[in-house]
Design a binder for this molecule. Structure first.
Ligand SMILES: *[C@@H]1O[C@H](CO)[C@@H](O)[C@H](O)[C@H]1NC(C)=O
Ligand SMILES: *[C@@H]1O[C@H](CO)[C@@H](O)[C@H](O)[C@H]1NC(C)=O
Ligand SMILES: *[C@@H]1O[C@H](CO)[C@@H](O)[C@H](O)[C@H]1NC(C)=O
Ligand SMILES: *[C@@H]1O[C@H](CO)[C@@H](O)[C@H](O)[C@H]1NC(C)=O
Length: 775
């Protein structure tokens, strides 16, 4: 009793000491947090903070996240709700940011919906570690301080839904890493700064719902730009020059007039195109309907002209089309009529010969079409206004009025000195990122902070690669880097520029399909992450230049450095052979990997044709399954395999569908067999022979039984655990799939055997007075 009381007080002291100690190392940071709590007037999310709060180890939730690195606060995320308490009268952003200066290592600052008001102080520029800033949904006012552009590490700047006024400072070029800039729903005026043209790292640019005006500077060099949203401004009249990798383009509700829609026909990754509610004139490009990634198309409320044809083709994934209120003639393409359930198609107020949605008479569109068709080449000539006027005589009254407007525009344009250079013909893109995945990723800019932070498996987040990156990593897929070539494609070893070693599997597609065909598979692959799997880090498409169908898919996997499990149980040097305990752990790892393949995602991945040579060893003898049945392979038709497991599975073909999970259990049995006997099992005959020996050994005495296992472990394994494993192995190798145990049973038995071994080891070591070194 007295002793336990003593221990308890010692513990209390230690805890106190530790808390006290860590407190002392960072007192100013914690003090600053408490002051911030006062300044924010105790919002519910942080009102419980006290002197004794263990800031660095709190449970994060969606309203409050604090992340520390080595006791120093690196991420502060506070999100209020609509019921945040009014800030006190003397609230001052200057004081707030002054306190934030006490967190010198702050990388992520997110203060959302907290009712913050006043100007954003220039001291934000002194928080030099900042990478991600999100101060959306507050009442920040005044202009955006230029000091913010001193933050060289800034990757994401999000200041949506505030009351910022003035211009967007033209010093964006100073942020070499900026990937996300979002200033949605403020009151910014002036033009889009030209410095945006030099932000090569930019992936998302959102300036919607402001009062920006004038021409959009060329964005053509922004090779990484995927999301551009300029909705709800007064931008125009010329269509911006855009990079071809865009995934989402929104120019809705602006003053754009001159479109060159056919230039968008090389935008193979474009999913979302909304240029509605402008004053666009010119021919509509029906080829847009068949853009391979397009799912959403809205050109409504413009003056696009042209004749639609019945036979125009559409991308099958296109689920929303609004071409209403334009000047289109002809008939609705058949591909838009069918499939009515899964697709919304709106086409009212054109001049189509359709009776369902309200249409104008043909002349309404025709007159304007005439006007518009003179437009492009008349621009080159000096007599343009005359010609336009002349042609307006042909048109009706409406046409005349519209033409006058047009003529005025043309004149204005002629005097405006901005001359558009001819856009060079868009180069075909060879490598592409999967649009579905990128869009998802981009929805959350905080993803970027995640790329820096490794997940629980110590892996960077799944991402898309570009072909050039992989070429560089593998010395242009040099033969010297080839580390495997077989039924599952070639595997190259590669070194990424950040120093990560990877294994790149190159899958040649047998049939030509578009990228979307594989989106779902790649989404599955991106989920293939488990500590006993060689996990996927990302992928890259290699497309045919002619029709951009997929030629190869390159899947990038983590590199596992220490060779195969076979090298550690039957093949390698004596000194690297695994002990009995390690062998049981390795078998458990393989089984856990299989269990994840079967149950870790829907649908599960079965019939993986697992082999011991595809089971790799990581640091600390941790096993990882490397070649599993990638969802892509199933689709693409698997080549014939000349391996053990296929020998084993020939008899099982009839059962394949019903017992597919048992295929993997059989293959596991073969691996376990090799682990036990310590000899390479390379043929069906090897399996049969060893199987018989195991069977006989079960009825023999323990000395005889040990004689069949790898001699190196025969002295250190307990007979009881050996027996459990032999029985398990025999069951797994059963010819009748239904007799084989489930993966769960396998795991249970392995764990049981490990416990038996463990207690035997403890007994025997206490008997001998000295521990047996290997177990
Ligand atoms: C912020 O940095 C500027 C120099 O960049 C310096 O003059 C100023 O004193 C700093 N402010 C604070 C509060 O540290
Ligand atoms: C714009 O921001 C204000 C707050 O500043 C918010 O009340 C409003 O809903 C936002 N509008 C849109 C369209 O998001
Ligand atoms: C389609 O466009 C028309 C014309 O601009 C608009 O009135 C209608 O609301 C749009 N429909 C949808 C569903 O966006
Ligand atoms: C900013 O933070 C809010 C609240 O957490 C979040 O909903 C929003 O997606 C963030 N914006 C970006 C672009 O990450």
């Amino acid at each position: 009793m007295a002793e336990s009381a003593h221990i308890r007080s010692l513990l209390v002291f230690m805890v106190f000491y530790l808390v006290h100690y860590s407190d002392q190392s960072q007192p100013s940071q914690y003090q600053a947090l408490l002051r911030i709590k006062h300044q924010l007037n105790f919002p519910a999310e942080i009102s419980s903070w006290t002197e004794n709060t263990d800031f660095c180890n709190g449970e994060p939730n969606s309203f409050l996240t604090l992340v520390c690195y080595e006791d120093s606060i690196t991420q502060l995320h506070v999100e209020g709700n609509s019921f945040f308490p009014q800030l006190s009268q003397d609230f001052s952003t200057v004081d707030l940011f002054f306190n934030l200066l006490s967190l010198p290592n702050l990388k992520v600052l997110s203060l959302v919906s907290l009712g913050l008001r006043g100007e954003l102080p220039s001291t934000i520029g002194n928080l030099s570690s900042l990478e991600i800033v999100n101060i959306s949904s507050n009442y920040f006012e005044g202009s955006i301080p230029t000091e913010i552009f001193k933050l060289k590490n800034l990757q994401s700047l999000v200041m949506d839904h505030n009351k910022f006024t003035g211009q967007v400072p033209d010093c964006l070029g100073r942020l070499p890493l900026l990937a996300v800039l979002s200033l949605k729903n403020n009151s910014l005026r002036g033009s889009v700064p030209t410095s945006v043209s030099s932000l090569e790292t930019l992936r998302t640019l959102v300036l919607s719902t402001n009062m920006l005006s004038g021409e959009v500077p060329s964005l053509q060099n922004l090779a990484n730009l995927q999301v551009l949203d300029l909705e709800g401004n007064k931008l125009g009249p010329h269509f911006p020059r855009l990079p071809t990798k865009l995934v989402s383009l929104v120019l809705r509700k602006n003053n754009f007039i001159y479109a060159k829609l056919n230039e968008l026909s090389s935008f193979f990754q474009l999913q979302n195109l909304d240029i509605s509610l402008n004053q666009f004139v010119g021919p509509f490009a029906p080829s847009l309907l068949s853009l391979p990634s397009l799912t959403y198309l809205d050109i409504a409320g413009n003056k696009f002209t042209g004749r639609l044809l019945e036979g125009t083709s559409c991308n099958a994934e296109l689920h929303f089309v609004n071409i209403s209120s334009n000047r289109l003639t002809g008939v609705l393409p058949t591909c838009l009529e069918s499939n009515a359930k899964s697709r919304t198609v709106l086409y009212a107020r054109n001049c189509l010969s359709e009776s369902y949605q309200n249409q104008h008479p043909y002349s309404f569109c025709h007159n304007e079409a005439l006007a518009v068709s003179v437009l492009p080449h008349k621009q080159e000539k000096e007599t343009h206004s005359k010609a336009v006027l002349a042609s307006s005589m042909v048109g009706g009254i409406i046409g005349a009025i519209l033409l006058l407007g047009l003529a005025l525009l043309i004149i204005r344009r002629e005097y405006g000195k901005q001359k558009i250079n001819k856009v060079p013909h868009a180069r075909l893109i060879m490598e592409k990122v999967s649009p579905a995945i990128t869009l998802k990723v981009l929805k959350d800019a905080s993803y970027i902070s995640e790329t820096r932070k490794l997940g629980p498996l110590g892996l960077p987040p799944y991402r898309t690669f570009v072909l050039d990156e992989l070429k560089e990593a593998t010395n242009n897929f040099s033969a010297l880097n080839l580390i495997g070539d077989g039924s599952h494609g070639q595997v190259y070893k590669g070194l990424l520029t950040d120093g990560t070693l990877v294994a790149i599997r190159c899958l040649k597609m047998r049939k030509r399909h578009s990228i979307q065909t594989y989106t779902h598979h790649l989404e599955l692959i991106s989920k293939l992450r488990h500590s006993h799997l060689v996990s996927a880090l990302g992928h890259c498409f290699d497309c045919y230049p002619d029709d951009s169908s997929v030629n190869k898919i390159l899947v990038v996997f983590e590199h596992v450095p220490h060779g195969t499990l076979r090298g550690f149980v039957s093949d390698g040097h004596l000194q690297q052979k695994l002990t009995w305990t390690q062998r049981m752990a390795a078998a458990t790892g393989v089984a856990k990997g299989i269990q994840f393949l079967h149950t870790g995602m829907v649908p599960g991945i079965f019939s993986n044709q697992l082999k011991i040579t595809d089971t790799l060893m990581d640091h600390d003898f941790h096993v990882k399954i490397s070649k599993y049945n990638l969802p892509l392979l199933a689709e693409n038709g698997r080549p014939e395999c000349v391996t053990i497991s296929s020998i084993g599975s020939k008899e099982k073909v009839g059962h394949r569908l019903r017992y597919e999970e048992k295929d993997d259990v059989f293959d596991f049995g073969v691996i376990l067999l090799e682990i036990i006997v310590g000899r390479a099992i390379v043929s069906q005959n090897d399996i049969n022979v060893s199987n018989d020996i195991l069977l006989v050994s079960l009825t023999a005495d323990d000395i005889a039984r040990r004689s069949i296992v790898d001699p190196i472990i025969s002295k250190e394994c307990s007979d009881a655990s050996l027996k459990i494993l032999i029985q398990l192995c025999l069951k797994c190798l059963s010819n009748v799939p239904s007799d084989r145990p489930s993966v769960e049973d396998v795991l249970w038995n392995l764990q049981f055997a490990a416990q038996v071994q463990d207690s035997w080891h403890r007994d025997s070591s206490s008997n001998h007075g000295s521990p047996i070194h290997f177990c």
